[in-house]
Design a protein. Structure first.
Lengths: 155, 759
């Protein structure tokens, strides 16, 4: 067993520290060390996007990113997207456009879309479609999800 | 009506959009152990020995079970499966041993340490080989590897042939497809101190599940409670019990600890049910004008190593062969054969994607023979409201003609059909196909009913306890809408309880597009009775004529005048005089019948119809098919929630496009070649074409507010429409799916449309 490494970082706006084995992924860390189960393990090999989190504002795959990489950085999970008591405009748009069905892909979609909107505040439909390319959904056919992100970009 | 048809957001949406919703893979309970299954790596072999000694030495292991350690009760539709396999494995998924340990990694390590010695047996990988005389027998005592056959006929096919001016004949080959639920299969089994079992399960059929599970694990059904947490997708995959579920119970029993099993994605690809693969040989005929004369279908289904619901898809498919358009003479014969391939379960559409692909492909072939537009041929044979088909299906409402015309109009059919772009490397074409499916359940059990309880508490909050199940499709929200509409309260005044068999009344489960219709009618019965109670009480209390009272905005109204607040009236009932609770209950049994031994009878109280018109672009030198637009018109009876309806349509269409273009679980010699999202191609957001949708409202007289089921419908007629469009674009008829560039290019080369670059 390799020794655990201490890491300190900002998690959803709060400074935190923990010890992780060098092999642990960010997804496992947020779920097991911080009980943040919003980020989902749906494939574990970087193919579906359900585990996406924001690292210094950039979307990364929680299942592939080593937890030690977040040391000294700013990590945001789906639980950190809401604005205090209120939902973020993007989250509201997901509800109002019917972008949520079973909901298992939703956390990753929201994270990917948050990053997209940070880069392109008013994205075109094609930019949204491309921006969500790495996130799989089996329920919605993506239509309502794309509309929700476009809609959030218009607010 | 104020709520019916509106765009009402899902009640479970906020939890899902904040990451707070706990799925089964997010749930941990004190003392919980992790179960992992050791599966076969052979497709057909005798198990010579299983040595678990090394597994028991792994730190953190609490139990290692093999078939020797449990009472292995046969289960499933064919009673040919067992939780753990003792003497023989018959497919790559087979469960040989199971481990419960403190951590998932310890359980997995222990599984790897189990030594299994096999003696290979001769395998069978095709239905043709399985049915040959002298083929290896896959299940002892199941002679000829033929566990099931299905025969259906109406009219006289010979007469139909004699009446035909044109006959077309061909074979269609349909692939393995897998559900790819984003949440993988999972279960949590926990016994209490008195031996009662709580199963936190993803099942779509909690009451049948409880009954069947009790038999498998040697318990009484009343001692099993099924809790249904939010589910990460189902699409039919959770309609049967699979071995991992009783295995979890056996592990929990052996360890006296709660045991959870969660599949890895690899395990999900290799070990969960698939859509039923098959070969369809179909002959169809029509007269000189294009009126259908007969259909004669022979099907061969690969049952795989064991029987799950895939083997029963002929029950649904025969409805399409017999009753999609007017067919005076029809015959249907199916053989279901054991092989050493993976086995299939139920999957949205239940065989109907396969049947419709064959039937609707041949309608285009007939139209070509007759020399009429495919739309005209379909309109000529379309059914109308009030018709009864040769199989005895009664169409109390039928919007097929409207669907055909609407899909054609939305797609610009006539103009595009008249002038396909037939020059150059990129060809365009349009194609269409329709579907028929049950729209209010299917009476395959003694009852196809659902129970409901409506109660109004002394704060005026309404609770609907429904037997039905929400698998993410949004039934909870639609049922709440119906109850709110009847009782004249806002959506946020209604709570739905639907996830605990200790609390909710009986229901068959989520299948056969039945929940909006059956659970909806059930909820309406109970809500209407509650309304009647309230109005009677108000009429008595205030000495007003009951006929002039109504419920609106949380008040008992007489015209525009508020008589009493709902909550105040309920409190009066509760706390004064007779002490009456405002609780009503109902059980709705649809007016459908169990079919007879010849499969005749009106199996559903109503039927869903739809037509899709698809425009494609085919790149000749690569074989790449791009879908440019899908125009979908569906007879939904009545729109209940426009937003969730669109969600079902769009999701179903894209699932159907995946079936048409990219999705195939590749099985070679019984093994899964592409068990990952990297190699199993689900469509992604940029690949989805515009989807135009029109709801046809036929207002079914038996439906809740006139609605019928639509959950499965949109996936069904996509593939045939795509293949018909590809034919229109290229002149080449494809009869195997999916239409990958490789398959299409080879087809174009074989037809001489393009030259073989390697020749």
């Amino acid at each position: 067993m390799q020794p655990e490494v201490e890491i300190r970082f900002t998690l959803n706006g709060r400074p935190v520290r923990t010890h992780v084995p060098p092999t642990m992924a960010v997804l496992e860390m947020v779920r097991e060390r911080f009980a943040l189960t919003g980020s989902k393990l749906a494939c574990g090999e970087g193919e579906c996007g359900a585990c996406a989190v924001l690292l210094d504002g950039e979307p990364v795959l929680g299942c592939l990113t080593p937890a030690v990489d977040v040391d000294g950085r700013v990590l945001v999970t789906v639980e950190g997207l809401r604005h205090k008591a209120d939902l973020a405009p993007l989250q509201k748009a997901f509800l109002m456009e019917g972008a949520v069905q079973c909901g298992f892909c939703t956390p990753g979609m929201l994270v990917a879309a948050t990053a997209l909107l940070a880069e392109h505040p008013h994205p075109s439909r094609e930019q949204v479609r491309r921006g969500l390319e790495g996130n799989l959904c089996r329920c919605t056919g993506y239509v309502a999800i794309v509309e929700a992100v476009e809609d959030a970009g218009k607010r | 009506m104020t709520l019916i048809g509106a765009r009402i957001p899902k009640l479970d949406g906020p939890g899902k959009a904040t990451g707070e919703t706990r799925y089964l893979s997010d749930l941990e309970v004190p003392g919980m152990l992790h179960g992992v299954i050791r599966r076969s790596d052979r497709v057909h072999a005798r198990i010579v020995s299983v040595d678990v000694s090394k597994a028991l030495e792994v730190s953190g292991v609490h139990a290692v079970l093999t078939a020797r350690d449990i009472v292995n009760v046969p289960f499933g539709h064919g009673k040919d499966n067992t939780p753990l396999k003792g003497d023989r494995v018959r497919c790559i998924r087979d469960e040989i041993a199971a481990v419960a340990a403190e951590t998932e990694s310890a359980a997995a390590e222990a599984c790897r340490a189990i030594r299994v010695e096999y003696e290979d047996l001769p395998p069978v990988f095709t239905v043709e080989d399985a049915l040959k005389p002298g083929a290896p027998e896959i299940h002892a005592g199941r002679a000829g590897n033929l566990p099931f056959t299905y025969d259906y006929a109406h009219g006289d096919v010979a007469q139909g042939e004699a009446d035909s001016a044109h006959v077309v004949e061909g074979e269609f080959v349909l692939q393995f497809m897998t559900h790819c639920c984003m949440g993988t299969s999972a279960i949590l089994a926990a016994f209490d101190s008195e031996g009662r079992l709580t199963l936190t399960s993803l099942t779509q059929v909690p009451f049948l599940y409880r009954r069947d599970m009790a038999a498998i694990v040697g318990m009484s059904p009343e001692d099993i409670r099924v809790i249904q947490p939010p589910i990460g997708g189902a699409f039919g995959s959770k309609l049967d019990i699979y071995p991992f579920e009783p295995i979890a119970v056996h592990l929990a029993r052996a360890t006296r600890r709660p045991v959870r099993i969660v599949f890895s994605r690899h395990e999900e690809f290799v070990s969960s049910p698939t859509r039923q693969p098959m070969r369809v040989r179909l002959r169809s005929g029509c007269d000189g004008k294009g009126r259908l004369t007969f259909r004669d279908a022979q099907l061969w289904l690969d049952n795989g190593g064991y029987t799950s619901w895939g083997a029963t898809t002929p029950f649904v498919m025969m409805q399409t062969f017999s009753s999609l358009y007017r067919v005076p003479h029809a015959r249907f014969h199916t053989k279901v054969a054991y092989t050493n391939n993976p086995y299939s379960g139920s999957f949205r559409g239940y065989g109907n994607l396969q049947a419709t692909f064959a039937v609707e492909s041949q309608l285009d072939l007939l139209a070509e023979k007759v020399g009429v537009d495919p739309l005209e041929l379909r309109l000529m044979n379309s059914q109308e409201t009030g018709e009864k088909t040769g199989q005895g299906l009664e169409f109390v409402s039928c919007g097929l003609r409207d669907c055909l015309e609407s899909a054609a109009e939305m797609s610009g059919w006539r103009a595009k059909r008249a002038s396909p772009a037939l020059k150059g490397n990129v060809r365009r074409g349009v194609g269409m196909a329709s579907m028929l499916h049950v729209g209010g359940g299917a009476k395959i059990y003694r009852s196809d009913g659902c129970g409901s309880v409506v109660s109004i508490d002394d704060f005026g909050k309404v609770t609907l306890v429904t037997g039905s199940t929400d698998i993410g499709q949004g039934s909870e929200t639609v049922l709440a809408q119906m109850v709110a509409e009847v009782l004249g309260v806002a959506m946020d005044r209604v709570k739905v309880i639907n996830s605990d068999t200790d609390v909710k009344p009986w229901d068959v489960g989520v299948h056969a597009s039945r929940t909006s219709y059956v659970a909806g009618n059930s909820a309406l019965l109970a809500a209407n009775e509650a309304k009647a109670k309230l109005l009677t009480a108000a009429a008595d209390l205030y000495e007003l004529p009951k006929g002039e009272l109504s419920l609106s905005g949380g008040f008992i109204m007489r015209g525009a005048e508020k008589v009493d607040a709902l909550d105040k009236l309920v409190r009066t009932l509760h706390f004064t005089g007779k002490g009456e609770l405002l609780v009503t209950h109902s059980y709705f049994e649809p007016a459908s019948v169990k079919q007879d031994a010849g499969f005749f009878g009106n199996v559903s109280p109503t039927y869903a119809f739809g037509t899709h018109a698809v425009e494609v672009e085919v790149e000749l030198d690569t074989g790449q098919v791009r879908v440019l637009a899908v125009s979908a018109a569906h007879d939904v009876g009545k729109v209940l929630n426009a937003m969730s309806l669109e969600g079902q349509i769009e999701g179903g269409v894209v699932m159907g496009l995946g079936y048409s273009l990219t999705e195939e679980l590749k099985i070679r010699e019984g093994k899964v070649l592409n068990p990952s999202f990297r190699d199993y191609h689900l469509l992604t957001a940029p690949e989805v074409p515009p989807i135009h949708f029109k709801a046809i409202e036929t207002e079914d007289p038996s439906g809740p507010f006139g609605a019928k089921g639509v959950g499965e419908a949109p996936a069904i007629c996509v593939a045939a429409a795509v293949a018909n469009a590809v034919h229109h674009a290229t002149g080449v008829r494809f009869t195997e799916l999916p239409l990958t560039p490789e398959r299409v290019l080879n087809g174009l080369i074989a037809a001489g449309v393009v030259r073989d670059p390697l020749a």
